[in-house]
Design a protein around this ligand. Structure first.
Ligand code: NAG
Ligand code: NAG
Ligand code: NAG
Ligand code: NAG
Length: 430
């Protein structure tokens, strides 16, 4: 079927009608075998709310800092991995214990605001995600602390960060910054399970004593119920540029909420065996994500997620890969991680005995990739038949925000924004 989208609003109605019928027909005849009650007896319990979880708090703050850069297109990152590398080196990496609140006045600087976000939840969440790997999703994830001509690193520190935060230690070679970069990229490619990581926007100049915190993550969710390959077709994605992309469709019962006042749809799509889920925030109409991003707070997100309830939904979304390569110095500094970059002020006494005046943070880097595909954990399995009635339309042909959360701990593994879907360009028509 061929569609011409001239203005953003008008033709969307016809698109809805066109997609809903075939999708429903496909759905009605699929191999959901078990004859059973039409509506689910009780919806599954929700994971813990974002409010109060350090990975969500950090994620939202970082997201807003990243997106305030007007050039940012397609952002994706793992708050959980940033939290774990930051905690392993920066909090655990100093010998002095964290200041008790009564003692803060004796410190030259007020305690950084980042610290309270890096709670002990982090290591529990990492474990929980590692357990769900291979069931609810395919995950490659690595974190490392690279050191450039640093004094000998404490073995106790290396052991502890490996055990608790899955952060390895890797010395960088003696070569120049080009050689460093080559070493980093080799590590990234292995960390991404063979995927070539996109290059960094700016060069890394690691001075002697620099620590580079790197993490790499590649994620592919496996839906609880697959999107049918037969109904996948070519559509227009109205992003930064208008592109022709493959869109997948599915009608089913999902947790869904429409915030009429803020004109946002909230949708939660469970992954295979429910160990994690993907949450989407989609503006009602075609627009950039600026407005939605200004609204985003932990309180509002928690409220939205609480308000979702099981409804009939027809989902259409692009098959896409969302990838980012990020250098987070500016954003983490804005969150209060300031002294660590300064050779004279940094405290990495827990990393090395001879750290004073030398060991400092050189960079915090992350490579992340998230794949939206049609696949489920298992294609042919007895799931309860879904009774679709008066479905809502979740037609994601324009930019949306995405979260991947752990069901058990509630932690935020990934957060991102799809502003642009890769595909053959149409000339802009707005
Ligand atoms: C997930 O499982 C795959 C395949 O078994 C493995 O290669 C990968 O290292 C695992 N990822 C993590 C983060 O444990
Ligand atoms: C989360 O996991 C629990 C326990 O495994 C399960 O009972 C529940 O249904 C899951 N939640 C979702 C949303 O799938
Ligand atoms: C789900 O949402 C609909 C629409 O907002 C509402 O009418 C219904 O009562 C809700 N159901 C539950 C179980 O909250
Ligand atoms: C996303 O990347 C995977 C792995 O590199 C590839 O198999 C898939 O075709 C890509 N999907 C799209 C829509 O480009």
């Amino acid at each position: 079927m061929k569609l011409e989208l001239r203005s953003a609003m008008l033709p969307r109605l016809s698109v809805y009608i066109l997609i809903s019928l075939p999708v429903l027909l496909v759905q009605g005849s699929t191999a959901d075998k078990k004859k059973s009650p039409a509506t689910p007896a009780t919806p599954p319990p929700r994971p813990p709310a974002p409010l109060g979880d350090p990975s969500w708090a950090l994620g939202l703050r970082l997201y807003q800092a990243l997106r305030s850069d007007s050039g940012s297109v397609n952002t994706v990152f793992s708050p959980l991995l940033v939290a774990s590398v930051a905690r392993s080196s920066w909090v655990e990496g100093r010998r002095a214990p964290l200041p008790a609140s009564s003692k803060t006045s004796s410190r030259p600087h007020p305690p950084p605001r980042l610290e309270p976000m890096l709670g002990s939840l982090v290591s529990t969440a990492l474990e929980s995600f590692a357990k769900a790997n291979g069931t609810s999703f395919h995950l490659h994830a690595s974190s490392a602390l690279f050191s450039k001509q640093a004094p000998p690193v404490s073995q106790a520190f290396v052991k502890d960060s490996q055990a608790r935060f899955r952060v390895q230690h890797q010395p960088l070679g003696k070569g120049d910054s080009k050689a460093d970069l080559k070493q980093l990229h080799g590590w990234v490619k292995a960390g991404l399970g063979g995927l070539e990581g996109a290059p960094l926007a700016a060069e890394i100049q690691a001075k002697a004593g620099a620590l580079i915190l790197a993490s790499a993550l590649r994620f592919k969710g496996l839906w609880e119920r697959e999107f049918s390959e037969e109904s996948t077709d070519q559509r227009t994605f109205l992003g930064k540029k208008y592109t022709k992309v493959m869109m997948m469709h599915r009608a089913g019962l999902y947790r869904h909420h429409e915030d009429m006042e803020n004109m946002v749809q909230v949708l939660e799509v469970p992954l295979w065996q429910g160990k994690a889920s993907v949450v989407f925030l989609l503006p009602f109409h075609v627009e950039s994500l600026d407005r939605l991003e200004k609204l985003l707070t932990l309180e509002l997100l928690s409220k939205w997620l609480e308000k979702t309830n099981i409804s009939s939904v027809i989902i259409s979304m692009p098959k896409a890969n969302l990838t980012s390569t990020l250098s987070l110095q500016k954003q983490l500094s804005a969150l209060g991680l300031t002294d660590a970059w300064d050779q004279n002020a940094a405290d990495f006494s827990g990393v090395s005995d001879k750290s004073k005046g030398k060991v400092h943070l050189g960079a915090v880097l992350q490579w992340a990739s998230l794949e939206l595909s049609a696949h489920a954990g298992k294609a042919d399995v007895d799931l309860e038949e879904e009774n679709i009635e008066k479905p809502k339309l979740f037609y994601a042909d324009h930019p949306f925000i995405i979260f991947v959360r752990d069901n058990t701990t509630g932690a935020l593994l990934l957060m991102g924004a799809l502003d642009h879907a890769e595909g053959e360009a149409l000339h802009d028509e707005l």
